[in-house]
Design a protein around this ligand. Structure first.
Ligand SMILES: Nc1ncnc2c1ncn2[C@@H]1O[C@H](COP(=O)(O)OP(=O)(O)O)[C@@H](O)[C@H]1O
Ligand SMILES: [Mg+2]
Length: 270
């Protein structure tokens, strides 16, 4: 977990180097009220009230179709809500999507990499989308790709990378501009255990620097690593709290049991 760093520690120095304390007056990264999204007759997200604190590693769980990706897309300013409000890193999603996009990173469910571009070209493309340009972009990408271990792979075609390296590249693409908040939609699906572990180490490093993380996952060991969890079912928020609070709330021995019970309920006819 990310305990506060003592003054003069590496983490403190790191934070200074990155120029990002991400300190908000109220310490809130995400606040939604009555957030709703309809697709025709289907209500994908209903009346969502959610608060995520700055620097928190927050997990969103729920069966397929429960509204996780739709929620993330609204919070990233990529999709307009049908109703309700959401503030993300200090801006309204409905009117300040552009400002939000510059302060966040989004790793979509299918990584969003261009298979026929090289590692470097993918990273450059995303850095540009997130507002980096010119010499700053070049310098930032050089350092960033090197830090993430891509030195010998910079000219490799992304489509030829292993699953673990693709995931790492997608993360590199979402973080080169040092976002205040990261949205990770099933970032570890289909990735081997060693790469998953490395990925989570990186996530906690980022959180330690003050980056807020919203992550969705179907892996229960990953859910247990989150500081707090929200459970969605058919577009409703049905539980929120630390992993221990959630298991208590649902009276189940583990998060996995909560998930399975929920999935059964969701798959039953309405
Ligand atoms: N662009 C869209 N048009 C119509 N229906 C959609 C669209 N995106 C998602 N949905 C529907 O909204 C519901 C929630 O989907 P989604 O947010 O992707 O859930 P999750 O990420 O939890 O699997 C599903 O029933 C899905 O089919
Ligand atoms: Mg999804």
């Amino acid at each position: 977990m990310s305990e506060p760093a003592p003054a003069g520690s590496d983490r403190e120095a790191d934070r200074a180097m990155h120029g990002a304390t991400h300190g908000a007056p109220n310490g809130v990264a995400v606040e939604t009220r009555g957030l709703r999204k309809e697709f025709g007759a289907l209500v994908a997200v209903q009346g969502l009230d959610l608060t995520i604190r700055r620097g928190e590693v927050f997990g969103m769980l729920g069966p397929n179709g429960s509204g996780k990706t739709t929620t993330i897309r609204m919070l990233c300013g990529l999709m307009q809500p049908t109703a309700g409000t959401a503030r993300v890193v200090g801006h309204e999603v409905t009117t300040e999507a552009e400002a939000i996009r510059r302060k966040i990173g989004y790793m979509s469910q299918r990584y969003g990499l261009y298979d026929d571009l090289t590692v470097e070209e993918n990273a450059r493309f995303y850095a540009t989308v997130y507002g980096l340009h010119g010499r700053e972009r070049t310098a930032r990408l050089d350092a960033h790709l090197s830090e993430l271990g891509f030195d010998s792979r910079r000219r490799q075609i992304a489509g030829t990378l292993s699953g673990g390296w693709k995931q790492r590249l997608a993360l590199a693409c979402a973080t080169a501009h040092r976002p205040e908040m990261l949205f990770l939609d099933e970032p570890t699906a289909g990735v081997d255990p060693a790469a998953r572990r490395r990925f989570w180490e990186t996530i906690y490093e980022l959180a330690g620097r003050g980056t807020t993380i919203l992550v969705t996952t179907h892996y229960m060991d990953e859910a247990e690593r989150c500081q707090r969890l929200a459970f969605l079912s058919r577009g409703h928020l049905i539980g929120i709290g630390t992993p221990a609070e959630i298991t208590r709330q649902f009276n189940e021995p583990t998060i996995e049991d909560v998930f399975i019970t929920l999935q059964r309920k969701d798959e039953a006819p309405v």
